[in-house]
Each structure stands twice: as structure tokens, then as C-alpha cells.
Design a protein around this ligand. Structure first.
Ligand code: FES
Length: 179
């Protein structure tokens, strides 16, 4: 008995010869189509999961790596430009990475990324209160350590490492901290 050509499964179950002309011109086997779609979906999910895992690994490496030594050293201000209790904005390590340099009342220089660790709003210093405040959701950070004190933030602000040489303040690295 000669082989019968494979029967195409149509979406509405009627035989192929009862289908509209456009469907007869471009017949698609519904069952096969669903099978291919499932396979494609699985490939897509594997690809997305792989990308997700790679992204998480990259973030973990960056976060747990501690100080970003590759940032380099950059002059950000002169000591005599910042009075006690004053603050200045600078950018480090990139030109879009906004940071705060604060001179505490005891003369110590402190610097942090001024991107809130909750949802990245800019924080502002309240030197008298000893805090860095985020106006978006009332987040508060300790000025001395950058650790969260109140509100939604759970992670400290990244600390900018500083060095003072010949009256000039240099940013020398970024210390990311999980807690
Ligand atoms: S963005 Fe700072 S508290 Fe939400």
C-alpha cells in the first residue's frame, strides 16, 4: 500500500480542501505549529534564565568585590574650599556618578555616592543632624558611616575613599557595602 501524504491538522478541524484559499496556499499544521511554539518558548526561557544568572553573577562580583580599585585617583576639591559643616557635589568614578563630599564639624572629610540605595533619588546632607536625607520616601542615612537609619533604604550608601595630599582631596575608590 503506497504511503499516504501526511494529513495536515487545520485549526477548525475541517479538511484542508474545505479551508479558505489563503489557508490552502499557506497550510500550517496546527499541532506542529504548537509544538514548534513550545520548543521556541523553552529556548527563550533558557536564554532568559541564562542571561538572568549571568547578570546576577556580575552584580554579585561587583558588589562583593569591595573597593573598586580600577576607578583611579582624581582630585575633587582643595581642603580650603570646603568649610566645616559644608558639602560639595563631585562626580566619581564616571562623569554621571554624582557624589557628595562633606566636611563634618570635627573637620573630617566624608564622601558618599549621593544616589539613595532605595530608588536612587539624590540624598542631601544635614550636617547639624548628622544625617544624609532622601526626600523621595523619607530615607535617612548616618553621615558618619553612610548606613541607613530610617525609612525604606536597607543598604548603606557606597562610600568614596579619600586621600588628602598637599592640600588637595582625591577620590581614590568606591567601597560598595551590603550592610
Ligand atoms: S529613593 Fe530614597 S528613600 Fe526611596
Amino acid at each position: 500500500m503506497p504511503d499516504q501524504p501526511p494529513r495536515v491538522l487545520t485549526p477548525d478541524g475541517r479538511p484542508p480542501e474545505d479551508q479558505p484559499a489563503w489557508r490552502r496556499d499557506f497550510p500550517i499544521d496546527t499541532a506542529e505549529d504548537a509544538y514548534v511554539a513550545r520548543r521556541d518558548f523553552t529556548k527563550f526561557m533558557v536564554l532568559i534564565s541564562g542571561s538572568f544568572v549571568a547578570g546576577q553573577a556580575w552584580i554579585a562580583l561587583k558588589t562583593l568585590g569591595g573597593t573598586d580599585a580600577a576607578s583611579g585617583s582624581r582630585a575633587i576639591a582643595r581642603v580650603d574650599e570646603i568649610a566645616l559643616g559644608q558639602a560639595a557635589v563631585f562626580h566619581y568614578p564616571g562623569e554621571h556618578d554624582s557624589c557628595l563630599l562633606v566636611r563634618a564639624p570635627d573637620g573630617q572629610f566624608l564622601a558618599y555616592s549621593n544616589k539613595c540605595s532605595h530608588l536612587s533619588c539624590p540624598v542631601t546632607p544635614d550636617v547639624k543632624a548628622g544625617t544624609l536625607n532622601c526626600p523621595c520616601h523619607h530615607g535617612y542615612f548616618d553621615l558618619a558611616t553612610g548606613r541607613p537609619l530610617a525609612g525604606p533604604p536597607r543598604r548603606p550608601l557606597p562610600r568614596i575613599l579619600l586621600e588628602i595630599r598637599d592640600g588637595t582631596i582625591y577620590a581614590t575608590g568606591v567601597e560598595e557595602r551590603m550592610a
